[in-house]
Design a protein around this ligand. Sequence first.
Ligand code: ADP
Ligand code: MG
Ligand code: MG
Length: 867
Amino acid sequence: MQKQYVYLFSEGDASMRNTLGGKGANLSEMTRLGLPVPQGIVVSTDACVRYYHEDQVIAQDVVDEIDAKLAALEKVTGKTFGSKKNPLLVSVRSGARISMPGMMDTILNLGLNEDVLEGLYEEMGITAYDSYRRLIQMFGEVAMGVDKEHFNRDMETVLVKYNFESDHDLSVEALKDVIVKYKDTYLREVGHEFPSDPKEQLLLAVESVFKSWNTDRAKYYRKMNGFSDDWGTAVNIQEMVFGNTGQTSATGVAFSRNPANGVDELYGEFLYNAQGEDVVAGTHTPLPLIELRDTMPDVYEEFRKMSKDLEAHYHDMQDMEFTIEKGKLFILQTRSGKRTAQAAVKIAVDMVNEGVMTKKEAVNAVDVNVIDGLLHPQFDTKVIETEVPIGKGLPASPGAAFGVVAYDAKKAVEYFDKGKKVILVRLETSPEDIEGMHVSNGILTAKGGMTSHAAVVARGMGKACVVGCGDVSFNAEGIATISGETYPEGTEISIDGGTGLVYKGGLQTQDVSISEDFNTILNWSDEMTDMKVYTNADSPADALKALEFGATGIGLIRTEHMFFESDRIRAVREMIISQTVTQRQIALRKILPMQKQDFVDIFSVMKELPVTIRYLDPPLHEFMPTTTQDIEDLALVMNMSTTDLREVIRSLHEYNPMMGHRGCRLAITYPEIALMQTQAVIEAAIQVTKTENVVLQPEIMIPLVGDVAEFNYLATRIRKLADELIEASGIPVNYRVGTMIELPRACLLADEIALEADFLSFGTNDLTQMTYGFSRDDAGVFLKDYYDKGIYGSDPFASLDTRGVSQLIEIAVEKARKVKPDIKIGVCGEHGGDPKSIAFFKKAGFNYVSCSPYRVPIARIALAQDK
Ligand code: ADP
Ligand code: MG
Ligand code: MG
């Protein structure tokens, strides 16, 4: 059978998302459920993919199929496309399998020309003209790329001429004027007349949707979210319904629950006598949906009930778009609603209690990227009490943020690259601002409502955001004045996305604690997996934070971080400069008590939980003094000349330190270092065991092993010393000696290593750079070109490479488990806190992931999700 490229809504359902796109699949599903959906057809994503394979031409057989389905749609609606009498008008709407907010634009009222207009005027009156002017503008902007400023200027001229407030007030006469002006503008900007043939309009519009799949904006969005460029978008062609026929008509957006706090109420915004994107465009100020309850009680009640039915059907909170035409409700879109982290956990817990979803569904519904917002700092309440806000807007996305103001996305990126925290301040945002929003700490806009672009995108990114802040205005140079005072770029402000308040200067922030609902979700998550979440912690403070967030062990202590502290760096330098073993032992004896105390402090926090301690790892020259003063000081202590000292420092220089004298190689040259660290670990464990009365589980981890002989050389010595210390004390310490797997060779020989090691922990940062052959610190420069040129889609250091590096890990796990089936396997690289990478580790059979304290809750949920 020939492949089908075009579908009626009545032929599809929710399961066909990949073919029909999210919007088309849900419109089909709602049709199936018998909801009042204007009928339509979907040109599938396959047609888009084909379009790109076939030199960006829509194939004739697809065009024929569109014609055939359009004829079927005419039958269903009883209207005729392009006819003067009872004309069918349609919207053309993009919709890929994933929702890409604001990426691809909709054209309304398609099928109108001067002729059809006449007929429609007889039927609908002024609405016909209003619809026609909208069509010319949208078609010009969306399909032909005309700058909207041109049309705005035309509108402005007519508004002034007739003395009208807004485009919603225009008379027929004024609308006729607008249409003439728009057509002139169209001709001037596009180079030919606005197409009067409805079929031509339709095909051009379909093609423009296909094209929009590949704009830079769309590509950037996909890259940011790791979505494939090969999916393509579907095109929905849908019968128009008219929210612009006066005060008994309206259009709006609504959530089945409050997306900011999760309260169970129909929540949204709407406008009377309006169409399409008027509500979200920020050009009119929308009304709260609750007003409809008074003005159109029946419609409101019907809508409320429908929203509950949709929730029950989809087992999730819904984000809906609707239009009311002369008192009749139509639903134009539904999808799972974006929500703040607070709302997400409340809704999930409520819905489980109401029986709308299962615990598993609740956990799966939590967007782990948004959860970040729950863990991010808030302003110190004491500071806030005394602070007078300079502005107030809508609390669009929670979290406290401060930074220097940037007035465009480019400047935001510039500041970010310089390591500054940024608050992006805009009149309103548009898709061009995505990158700037991404690098900013917070976003503040002068215009827009809770469903504006800025609000939706910021919630998606889990970033603090305040919108519609009327206290912000821009002067001629584009610099913001907030409540009368100007803020040149680079001055600091603070925003609170939870209250909508704006403050002058960079305000102190403080940590948050976990809400009861959030804890409930986390506990459900823990029930759904056997895997553990450990943390990477270098201090007792980190460890405490992680415990509070539910970590059940430490997967990585980087001991060298302890070496950098100002009171001990001198002793560390002495150790490195030492020319004899005796000298080195003297230096190490100075370090020992400090290192021991570090472990005492951390063990006291962690008690019987496993604590993994990585032995000294970085190249030694990282510790060397660089200033003349420091060099002179050290030379004095070491009783050598500065010239000699400089010579030693020079001798430590390596051309490629990442692949140089580091990791276990250091301890193989200087075993005394590993032995000092062992003494510190074991003596600390003994001491804490005595006071806490629990058996401790220190896990000694040897880094950068590439051969089992390296491991054995060190492990033998470490175990011997540890056993002696334990025996002498008579106190049991449940220590283990394991290794990191972070070299490709270690992966390939993991069976040999596993036979000797007590545990394996993948260091995926090093493993990634060693596998790709480029260093993490240098790759940023050229990886940018790789992304631009489409050679790589995403950063392998952020999300584990599931094509290459993953194979090495799979090989290693398989080999290790073959010789030692129950060997403990984990990961302690940055990837341990990345939900996508976590999904891989789970599949690969790891026992734990270890990540930074703030990622612990995210990891707990990610581990429980079926993704
Ligand atoms: P987006 O993906 O940007 O939300 P949509 O395709 O959902 O774009 O269209 C935006 C808005 O246009 C809808 O919310 C709705 O108000 C309006 N719209 C789309 N199709 C129709 C239609 N057939 N009749 C009336 N309004 C429509
Ligand atoms: Mg849009
Ligand atoms: Mg929409």
